[in-house]
Design a binder for this molecule. Structure first.
Ligand SMILES: C[S@@+](CC[C@H](N)C(=O)[O-])C[C@H]1O[C@@H](n2cnc3c(N)ncnc32)[C@H](O)[C@@H]1O
Length: 211
């Protein structure tokens, strides 16, 4: 598997995990997890029949036995047979929509890679009882991707962590990029929109400690 982003997702999967790769698309990650014997079991699921057909063909090609399932989120999945969900390459609203039906009695870990609105994702997961335990940033093809491991451990993020994640020195370039983005937005917001400007300045203030 070539994608560093997906390899980073795989780094949060462990030997005892029984995983559903929700939104598996062409099943590259599911195949990697099984091929490398990273965890106990994997089921590859997707809402789109076409994606799942390609997933099945890819799985056949490599000669692995990975179950596939057509499902909107966890709808058709038997959560009693799982303990870990991967939701990667989707937006925060889709991820949160799917997580509404997660059964915490069985699902002990979420590995999430959202393409947008990470503060909302971190905050809502925390409300659901899944706290951000570890996070890493991967730079690939001109984009920064943030991958988070969320567990049922009781750990509350502070406001800075909700907005910018768990501090890691090696993420300096990423924080620098966020700073540039906010500065660009600030330039575009007209002077009369005082509240909007204050909000952006406040985020820049929070970010300062990470830089
Ligand atoms: C951009 S792809 C990401 C594929 C892969 N997970 C990755 O990270 O590269 C998003 C996939 O999520 C699937 N998807 C979107 N909404 C879904 C839902 N509610 N339930 C299951 N799959 C969904 C799409 O069909 C698509 O295959």
């Amino acid at each position: 598997m070539k994608q560093e982003r997906l390899k980073a997702v795989a780094q949060y999967i462990e030997k005892e995990d029984r995983v559903a790769d929700i939104g598996c698309d062409h099943a590259y990650l599911s195949i990697y997890l099984v091929k490398m014997q990273i965890c106990k079991s994997v089921v590859a699921s997707d809402i789109h029949p076409n994606a799942l057909e390609i997933a099945k063909k890819n799985i056949e090609k490599v000669g692995l036995a990975i179950p596939t399932l057509l499902s909107d989120g966890v709808e058709n999945l038997d959560q009693t047979k799982l303990n870990t969900l991967i939701l990667s390459g989707m937006g925060t609203s889709t991820i949160l929509h799917i997580l509404k039906n997660v059964d915490k009695n069985y699902i002990k870990k979420l590995v999430l890679q959202s393409n947008n609105d990470l503060p909302l994702l971190r905050k809502e997961c925390q409300k659901m009882g899944y706290s951000l335990e570890e996070e890493q940033v991967v730079f690939e093809k001109g984009h920064y991707y943030v991958i988070g491991k969320y567990t049922l451990k009781k750990k509350r993020l502070n406001i800075r962590e909700i907005h910018f994640g768990l501090y890691k020195k090696e993420n300096n370039a990423y924080y620098g990029e966020l700073k540039k983005e906010y500065q660009t937005i600030l330039k575009k917001v007209r002077r009369k929109h005082i509240l909007k400007r204050l909000k952006i300045r406040w985020k820049l203030y929070l970010l300062k400690k990470y830089l």
